[in-house]
Design a protein around this ligand. Structure first.
Ligand SMILES: [Zn+2]
Length: 342
């Protein structure tokens, strides 16, 4: 008897969770009807989509699994689903506008205007600019450390954190690349790649913040400090990829890591008397304020610029200042080292 109550309770809980999980836009029965019809007929009103013709290809019965589910068929399914969702959403939004209702979210996202098939053009453009800014920052750092500053006898840099910043540059470029891909086309795979790259970058940045602010130069201590954080990041990435992409939990993890990192830099900027600590302050304060945009979401202006896109825009100048701080740090540490040498 008790079992049945527990079962009923769990059923109720799981169904209420799925309702909470859906956005107001895609919970609307008129939108759902539109999607169902579109996937059956391949059309929304007068508009028809070539991607939605896979059902007429036949089921390919009796063939091995890889023939039944070839990549192009999967690709067509993604294309059809995305076209149906987009045009049903446009229809619903048009109706909402006539009723003087504001935009609502669909599948966790605001209604964006597509440009050349790109789902969120503003976020893509800003992601590419962030990528370019990191590349510029990294190249100028590389030139400074290996060509402008004096080197040790074995052609090694005096700056003890050079290799750590190279890894940081690589992870940043990787993360902005997947961000641009994900905002161009949101499917399960691109979403997971983007989310995973962000978590890896954040986790690594926290390790870097700890190592630099506590001036950890000994290899063994570096490994000891980073091991638990690396273990946590790997576990979290496996969890969101192979178990469940829990948006709320993932957001909590990202915010906690980001806040911890900003706090460490802020405290260090306050106590270290670093010659470029104002750059640190600027990045920490502006970065912290920009993070609020991720939490206080608003709908896109002109169907293009939502809170997330603006957050990606703000990080472009911050990236420039950040790499300028990193170059200053390299100069500062090298000068200190040479003074000691004399
Ligand atoms: Zn993004």
């Amino acid at each position: 008897m008790l079992d049945r109550y527990v079962f009923a309770f769990l059923l109720l809980l799981s169904s209420s969770l799925t309702i909470i999980h859906a956005s107001p836009g895609d919970a609307d029965p008129r939108y759902r009807d539109c999607i169902r019809q579109c996937q059956e007929t391949g059309c929304v009103g007068p508009k028809c989509f070539p991607h939605c013709t896979f059902s007429s290809d036949g089921e390919l019965v009796g063939r091995p699994w890889y023939m039944q589910e070839p990549l192009y068929l999967q690709w067509k399914k993604w294309g059809c689903q995305s076209d149906c969702r987009y045009h049903c959403m446009l229809d619903r939004e048009k109706e909402n506008k006539l009723l003087n209702l504001g935009p609502v979210k669909y599948h966790g996202k605001w209604p964006f205007k597509r440009i050349y098939g790109i789902q969120e053009p503003a976020s893509v453009a800003f992601s590419v600019l962030n990528l370019a800014m990191h590349f510029h920052g990294w190249v100028s750092f590389f030139i400074l450390v290996y060509y402008k500053l004096p080197l040790k006898d074995e052609k090694k840099a005096y700056y003890e954190y050079a290799s750590l910043w190279h890894i940081y540059a690589f992870l940043s470029l990787n993360s902005w690349f997947w961000s641009a891909v994900f905002h161009s086309r949101d499917v399960d795979l691109t979403e997971k790649l983007d989310y995973s790259s962000v978590v890896v970058l954040l986790g690594y940045s926290l390790i870097l913040a700890i190592l630099r602010s506590f001036n950890v130069r000994d290899e063994a201590t570096r490994v000891m400090v980073s091991a638990p954080l690396i273990a946590f990041v790997i576990t979290h990435v496996m969890y969101i990829n192979f178990y469940k992409l829990d948006y709320g939990w993932n957001m909590t993890v990202c915010v906690v890591i980001a806040v911890a990192q900003l706090t460490i830099w802020a405290v260090w900027a306050g106590v270290s008397r670093h010659p470029s600590c104002w750059k640190l302050w600027l990045v920490v304060i502006a970065g912290g304020l920009a993070m609020l945009l991720e939490i206080y979401d608003f709908p896109p202006y002109e169907g293009l610029f939502d809170a997330h896109a603006i957050w990606h825009a703000i990080t472009i100048p911050l990236t420039y200042i950040w790499w300028s701080f990193i170059r200053d740090d390299a100069k500062f540490r090298t000068a200190k080292f040479l003074k000691k040498d004399k």
